[in-house]
Design a protein around this ligand. Sequence first.
Ligand SMILES: [Zn+2]
Length: 90
Amino acid sequence: MLHQPMTALSDAVVNNSLTRCYYLHITCFACGELRAAVSEIPTTRFFACPRCQGEAEYRIMGQGGTLKALPFWERLVSDQYAAFWKTVNH
Ligand SMILES: [Zn+2]
């Protein structure tokens, strides 16, 4: 699956002047779950958390294109959990 040809996607990226990027799912012990887009796949087992620069684990989620400047990231689960616990514990 990882070695599937990406020709169609690559053409779409070029035609739309998008910046090619890789999506990472990052698990940081301090920040929780984050989703990030980076210009290059990390070469090391661990990844510096984009939020706190701590050591974090990552999974490569896929390749795509973006109009935003790389890298960018957003926090995923923790805030949703926080909102969830607020509704549960009030
Ligand atoms: Zn972090």
